[in-house]
Design a protein around this ligand. Structure first.
Ligand code: COA
Length: 161
């Protein structure tokens, strides 16, 4: 039987509890979940380097079964085939995510029709959450409890202050 491998791609600048919620819910569904951290962010500036984003994800998923964290560059669909994955996993937060996600899923389907994109509704506790809002809240001196793991909060504060 072929292994069912999901790739969960993103910029993860930084990883939030919303992202981790998606990974945790994917674990029972797949044989392996690969969290794929994008090196090329399409011009979007990042607070953390690719190495830092990968390391934070490795630290916070250390005790997760069947989960790996890797960086990737270039086209997502090429990476997905390289690792023999059958599914691209994405979290959907609000209706505003839909158009962008629909476009990405359609392009990826056109590039390789054997790969499916699977959307998971983000847990309602994280519906409002984004990496940008986390960085903004931190820059204004508020605590990030309930938004990001403690380790990530420390890394953000170290970067900003
Ligand atoms: N909980 C909390 N936040 C979430 C979330 C969740 N479940 N899901 C997404 N987000 C947030 C992210 O934190 C991020 O916030 P920010 O914009 O404030 O930084 C935002 O939603 C966007 O998510 P991100 O995961 O960074 O996705 P993206 O839309 O920037 O796409 C890739 C990233 C890597 C999937 C995409 O750029 C890609 O595929 N790149 C490779 C090149 C390629 O193949 N291009 C063609 C694609 S069609």
């Amino acid at each position: 039987m072929l292994e069912k491998i999901a790739v969960y791609p993103g910029t993860f600048d930084p990883v939030t509890l919303g992202h981790l919620d998606i990974v945790e819910r994917a674990i029972p569904i797949f044989d392996r979940v690969i969290v794929a951290v994008a090196k090329d962010t399409g011009g979007k500036p990042t607070l953390f380097s690719i190495e830092e984003r990968i390391q934070m994800l490795k630290d916070v998923t250390m005790n997760y079964p069947k989960t790996e964290v890797h960086g990737f560059s270039g086209l997502l669909i090429t990476y997905v085939k390289e690792v023999n994955a059958c599914t691209i996993l994405r979290g959907l937060r609000a209706i505003s995510d839909f158009e962008h996600e629909f476009q990405m899923a359609s392009i990826n389907k056109r590039l390789n029709s054997s790969v499916e994109t699977l959307f998971m509704m983000t847990n309602e506790s994280y519906f409002f959450l984004s990496s940008s809002s986390v960085k903004e809240i931190a820059a204004l001196g508020c605590n990030l409890k309930g938004f990001v793991p403690e380790l990530v909060e420390k890394q953000i504060k170290k970067k900003l202050f």
